[in-house]
Each structure stands twice: as structure tokens, then as C-alpha cells.
Design a protein around this ligand. Structure first.
Ligand SMILES: NC(=O)c1ccc[n+]([C@@H]2O[C@H](COP(=O)([O-])OP(=O)(O)OC[C@H]3O[C@@H](n4cnc5c(N)ncnc54)[C@H](O)[C@@H]3O)[C@@H](O)[C@H]2O)c1
Ligand SMILES: O=C(O)C[C@H](O)C(=O)O
Length: 338
């Protein structure tokens, strides 16, 4: 890679905040951010890393920083470490909100609502105060949809469209299952969308998906879709926790890279899944942070794909997962009101 200092067409440095930077996902994410995987080979990156204010977390973060330093990344201009969200989000152009408690075996993600919710209250306020006005905030910490909902409610001076939650991992899991089943390359699969909540109720929808130009519904049968694909994608997070003893980290970081890269740069007309504040489309209550098909149009903008027709079964699945999101929003109402 050419030395950025000598690069004639270098873009402005992007300030990237990452919370929970010393955690498992943070460890799989930071090195890819610093190598240019999201913002490109011509964009220097300043990392602003937030960790908890205790000796163990600070020491772990220091170790991660030593490794970042040892990589001698040409694009990495500076690394800031802090336990103060306002410092972490100062002038941030992009923010990955990861720091929070993961679930363990036998738990649902919603069991984390009240434990993790206050983190996103505080961080929403800090983003409101300190971040760039066009910041792109990706909430990864679970339950991510409702945590994003909490965060943007505490950032009244930022557009709610600055906030999204991560369902790209679910979409990637769906694509991987289809590729395996049909023995076609991942890159030949388009139009998979995952609706609703990043929970077991999500609706991975292949009705508009194509595989090498053929409708996916012609290549896989309904029984496989209903009895294998749907439950496998929806419960994959739990299966990984059972196998690894810890929640997904490398695949989560990879999905976070995919999500932010497309949001920042545009998705070249491709439909991608992001959980975003609903604009009321499809009867999804306005403001709920819901997994939806979007097209990222560049410069950090996106448009929700409109005029999709649902099968009766698809509509029922969407209604179920949206009802769960509405219930979560009611559970966190006190955190919104504070
Ligand atoms: N949306 C998704 O698809 C998806 C996928 C995987 C994991 N997750 C979620 O991501 C979160 C992080 O997972 P992980 O495996 O990295 O967990 P981890 O326990 O390995 O790391 C979390 C890190 O966050 C830090 N932290 C906790 N509270 C913090 C706070 N208030 N401020 C700053 N840092 C804080 C911890 O010290 C720790 O280093 C979990 O909630 C997990 O459920 C989401
Ligand atoms: O399942 C979890 O709790 C972690 C993450 O949300 C995942 O889907 O892997």
C-alpha cells in the first residue's frame, strides 16, 4: 500500500469511535477498520476507543493498542483511549456501539434489555453532545434494535437516521445457508432481506431473492425453507454460543464491517438489510428500529425499499417480529422518559 503521507488523493481523516473496544468483537473489528476495510484505501482513520473504567478493561485495551501499533498500519493516524463517552464520540464520523454484556447459554437477547439499556441512554446523550452532526451510529450490543431505539431518543439534536442496528449478520447467515444448499457462490445471491428484530422472531425473507439470476424460491423447496432455513438462521446466535461457550465475534465484526461499508459508501444499487427507525412503511410503527431492506445511496444515506408485497405467511411473520419490537419499546419506556 502506498504511504498515505505521500498519497496525492488522500481523503479527510475519519474519526471512528468503537465502544467495548477490548472485547471479543472489538478485537476482531479494530484491525480491519485500521486496514481500510470500511473507509477505503485512501482514507486515514483515527480510532477513538471506549472501555469501562476498571483496571482489567484498561489493561486489556492497552494490549490491543500495542498490537494496533505493531501492525504499523499506514492509514491509522491516531488512537485515543478513554472511559468517557464524550471523549470517545468527540467529532466522531462513525461509531460502533458494541460495549455491553453478551448473553450466555439459555438466555434470550431480550433478557439483556434492562442490563444494557442504560449504557445506550448515556451513550445517546454523549453522541448528541459530541459527535459530528452526520455521524453514522451502528448499534451491535444486544438487544441491538431496542438499544438503538434508546440511543437515538437520547440524541434529540441528531437525525434518528444517524442510528441503525445490526441485522447484517442475520442476512449474511441467510445468504451462507442458501449458497450451501444450492451449491452456488455467495456472490451470485442477491435480494435476501431480514425483517424485524435481531431475535428468534426475525423474518428472513427470500421471496425476492435470486441465485445466479433464478428466483431462490424455484431452487429451494418450501419444506426446507420452513423447517430448516428459517429456524437455522433465526437461532444461529444461540447455536454458536452453545458450541463456542461465547457469542459470535468474528462473524459479528465482519457483518459490522459490511454494514458500515455499504452505509458509508453506498451499496451500488444492491438491497441490503439494516435495522433502521421505521418511517411507518408496511404498517411498522414509526420510530421502531426494525430490520428492513434498504438501498444505501452513498454519502451515508439510505432509502427503505417500498412497495413490497407479502405472502400471507410472510405478513404474519413480519407482524409477529414487529409486535415483539413494540413490546420491547414498552419495556424500556422508563429509560426513554428519564
Ligand atoms: N447484533 C449482532 O448481530 C450481535 C452479534 C454478536 C454479538 N452482539 C452483542 O455485542 C455485544 C458485545 O459482544 P462481545 O462478544 O464483544 O462481548 P465482550 O464481553 O467480549 O466485550 C464487551 C466489551 O464491552 C465492554 N463494556 C461493557 N460495558 C461498557 C460500557 N458501558 N462502555 C464501554 N465498554 C463497555 C466490556 O468491558 C468488554 O470489553 C453483546 O451485547 C453481544 O450480545 C451482537
Ligand atoms: O446470539 C447472540 O446473543 C449474539 C449475537 O446476537 C448473534 O446473533 O450471534
Amino acid at each position: 500500500m502506498a504511504c498515505p503521507a505521500n498519497h496525492p488523493k488522500l481523503n479527510k481523516t475519519v474519526r471512528v469511535a468503537v465502544t467495548g473496544a477490548a472485547g471479543n468483537i472489538g478485537y476482531a473489528l479494530l484491525f480491519r477498520l485500521a486496514s481500510g476495510a470500511v473507509f477505503g484505501p485512501n482514507t486515514p482513520v483515527q480510532l477513538q476507543l471506549l472501555e469501562r473504567d476498571n483496571e482489567q478493561s484498561k489493561a486489556a485495551l492497552q494490549g490491543v493498542c500495542m498490537e494496533l501499533f505493531d501492525c504499523a498500519f499506514p492509514l491509522l493516524t491516531k488512537v485515543v483511549t478513554t472511559s468517557d463517552p464524550r471523549v470517545a464520540f468527540d467529532g466522531a464520523n462513525a461509531a460502533f456501539l458494541i460495549g455491553s454484556m453478551p448473553r450466555g447459554a439459555g438466555m434470550d437477547r431480550s433478557d439483556l434489555l434492562l442490563a444494557n439499556g442504560p449504557i445506550f441512554q448515556e451513550q445517546g446523550r454523549a453522541l448528541d453532545e459530541a459527535a459530528d452532526r452526520n455521524v453514522k451510529v451502528l448499534v451491535v450490543g444486544n438487544p441491538c434494535n431496542t438499544n438503538a431505539y434508546i440511543a437515538y431518543h437520547h440524541a434529540p439534536n441528531l437525525d434518528p437516521k444517524c442510528f441503525s442496528a445490526m441485522m447484517r449478520l442475520d442476512a449474511n447467515r441467510a445468504v451462507a445457508q442458501l449458497a450451501e444448499k444450492t451449491q452456488k457462490p455467495v456472490c451470485s445471491i442477491q435480494g435476501v432481506r431480514v425483517w424485524g428484530n435481531h431475535s428468534n422472531s426475525m423474518y428472513p425473507d427470500i421471496t425476492a431473492a435470486t441465485i445466479a439470476g433464478t428466483a431462490a424460491t424455484e431452487l429451494v423447496d418450501e419444506a426446507w425453507y420452513n423447517d430448516y432455513f428459517l429456524p437455522t438462521v433465526a437461532t444461529r446466535g444461540g447455536a454458536i454460543i452453545k458450541a463456542r461457550g461465547k457469542s459470535s465475534a468474528a462473524s459479528a465484526a465482519s457483518a459490522a464491517i459490511d454494514h458500515m461499508r455499504d452505509w458509508w459508501n453506498g451499496s451500488d444499487g444492491r438491497v441490503v438489510t439494516m435495522a433502521v427507525p421505521s418511517d411507518g412503511s408496511y404498517g411498522i410503527p414509526e420510530g421502531i428500529v426494525c430490520g428492513m431492506p434498504v438501498i444505501c445511496t452513498g454519502n451515508g444515506n439510505y432509502e427503505i425499499v417500498k412497495d413490497i408485497e407479502f405472502t400471507a405467511a410472510g405478513r404474519a411473520r413480519l407482524d409477529k417480529t414487529v409486535a415483539e419490537l413494540v413490546k420491547e419499546s414498552e419495556t424500556v419506556a422508563p429509560l426513554i422518559a428519564e
